[in-house]
Design a protein around this ligand. Structure first.
Ligand code: IPM
Ligand code: MG
Length: 365
């Protein structure tokens, strides 16, 4: 926990933030996140320091490692990591590449023990028309996907030969228990409905998940727990997104379902996430590095800004988080929007302009 002290009855924090801007649009949205966080901290008298560190393709280019030891040390010593995005097309179509930017992200998750990835799927009333789904289906959808982040196929035994290749989906009981505990506790703080998503009709690892969940469920009698196969869950999310409150699932299923979830809201540029576990928590947008938009000042910084709100909430700084969310809502209401969500005839705002507007509003209130 960061240092804290009281001043005139208010908690004042000293926050050390590691800033991993990464690749593509990462540096542009990172700057907005940092500026907004700084403005809110100024308003509430918190002391905040930002330490930039290399990751992803930027780190491969500079030092040949997508998550260098020095970056790990900076993250380990920080109170939180504000992460943006990694990925570069020069690696995407090159199966022979020895190192990839994404390995930096996976190394960060593993080394910081970030086993719980919290991805809220929330709709904004003024944007439901942007959803590819019917407005009446989407309006009011509000659920959280809790994705296991350090196990499963991403990290299981692998073989990559010319004639045979495999990835293993392996889970141990303690790994399943700790993520389910996070999920049950989340459900307790929300509408008390937990959906455990698996493929227990086929996969042994899923049957372990289901068995452990069934053992734990009686400890949370207020929570309605149901079990759903992942293929069915993918369908239900489209047919009736309001069915879900909290869903919990293994790493790969969670990766796929959260991209699907992000479409429900209408823009991927609006969804933040938090990854927590054994060491420093990480706050990041769920979208990727969008290399085609790099340097064009068109990327939506709101997912990054909302990840700052999640950061404040993690440290129980609820007024600070509420201010960030209020200002984001206001920017949408007043059509201060990046091109992909701008209404016809609306003003032209780039990443920087949206950022400057948010900071101005925070200072003015
Ligand atoms: C995500 C991303 C990553 C993942 C990639 C970039 C490795 O898709 O955070 O969802 O697959 O976990
Ligand atoms: Mg993904």
């Amino acid at each position: 926990m960061p240092d804290r002290f009281f001043q005139k009855g208010k908690i004042i924090m000293k926050l050390h933030i590691a800033v991993l801007a990464g690749d593509g649009i990462g540096p542009e949205i990172s700057k907005v996140g940092v500026d907004v966080m700084e403005a809110v901290c100024r308003k509430f008298n918190h002391e905040v320091t930002f330490t930039p560190a290399l990751c992803g393709a930027a780190a491969i280019d500079a030092v040949g490692d997508p998550f260098p030891e020095e970056t790990f040390e900076i993250c380990r010593q920080a109170d939180a990591v504000l992460f943006s995005a990694v990925g570069d097309p020069k690696y995407d179509n090159n199966p022979a590449a020895k190192v990839r930017p994404e390995q930096g992200l996976l190394a960060m998750r593993k080394k910081l023990g970030l086993f719980a990835n919290i991805r809220p799927v929330q709709t904004f009333d003024c944007l439901v028309h942007k959803s590819p789904l019917k407005e009446e289906l989407v309006r009011g959808a509000d659920f959280v996907c809790i994705r296991e982040l350090t196990g499963g196929m991403y990290f299981g035994a692998k073989k990559e030969g010319d004639d045979e290749a495999f990835d293993t989906c392996a889970y141990t009981r303690p790994e399943v228990e700790r993520i389910l505990k996070v999920a049950f506790e989340y459900a307790m703080r929300r509408r008390r409905h937990l959906t455990v998503v698996d493929k227990a009709n086929v996969l042994a690892s899923s049957r372990l998940w289901r068995k452990v969940a069934q053992e734990m469920a009686p400890n949370y009698p207020e929570v309605t727990t149901d079990y759903m196969y992942v293929d069915n869950a993918a369908m239900r999310m489209i047919q009736e997104p309001r069915f879900f409150d909290v869903m919990v699932t293994e790493n790969t299923f969670g990766d796929i379902l959260t991209d699907e979830g992000s479409c429900i809201t209408g823009s991927m540029g609006l969804l933040p996430s938090a990854s927590t576990g054994e060491s420093t928590p990480v706050f990041e947008p769920i979208h990727g590095s969008w290399p085609q938009a790099k340097g064009k000042n068109i990327a939506n910084p709101l997912a990054q800004v909302l990840s700052v709100a999640m950061l404040f909430e993690y440290f129980n700084l609820m007024d600070e988080a509420a201010l960030v969310r209020r200002i984001v809502d206001k920017s949408l209401d007043e059509n201060v929007r990046t091109p992909e969500i701008q209404v016809e005839g609306g003003g032209v705002y780039g990443t920087k302009e949206v950022g400057a507007w948010l900071v101005e509003q925070i200072e003015a209130c």
